[in-house]
Design a binder for this molecule. Structure first.
Ligand code: DQA
Length: 152
């Protein structure tokens, strides 16, 4: 059985590579996505990428993943901390997802230490830069096709 993973990135992540490099690193989103494409191909997974700076567009994409994607990797960026609408969308579609962040939220401003999404995520990986996405993808692959008996 072939599975599909959808990677969703929120506002300002299109600026990776130039944006606050000391926090987010020097890799561009395109470079991160290329690495993910390689891992997905190795694992026999279909993968799709979506980035938007707009809350509604992110919600439309999450809704359209119903019946299409088997697992989501979600870096909702700033929306993580306050978007009830994105929380509702993820809850409504019931597609398992891993919350991803490049930076270590616990080491940053206090407003970043609250995530509306963590309580409904299958798991959360943050603080590892582009590696956060790779680890999340490997965990998603394991959850979909592996022997791991952890929570889904
Ligand atoms: C981020 C952390 C968020 O607090 C911030 O608003 C972002 C990126 C991260 O990947 O570290 O835009 O989600």
């Amino acid at each position: 059985m072939s599975y599909k993973i959808l990677v969703i990135n929120g506002p300002n992540l299109n600026l990776l590579g130039e944006r606050e490099q000391e926090i987010y690193g020097t890799a561009t989103l395109e470079e991160i996505n290329k690495d993910l494409e390689i891992i997905a191909a190795q694992k026999g997974m279909a993968i799709e990428f979506f980035q938007s700076n707009h809350e509604g567009a992110l919600i439309d994409k999450i809704q359209s993943a119903r019946g299409d994607a088997d697992y989501l990797l979600v870096n909702a960026a700033a929306y993580t901390h306050y978007s009830v609408a994105i929380y509702d969308a993820l809850k409504a579609v019931k597609i398992p997802f891993i919350e991803v962040h490049l930076s270590n939220l616990d080491a940053r401003e206090s407003f970043r230490q609250q995530s509306l999404l963590s309580p409904i995520a299958a798991g959360k990986i943050c603080g590892l830069g582009g590696l956060s996405y790779k680890m999340a993808l490997m965990a998603a692959c394991e959850a979909l096709q592996g022997e791991d008996e952890g929570p889904r």
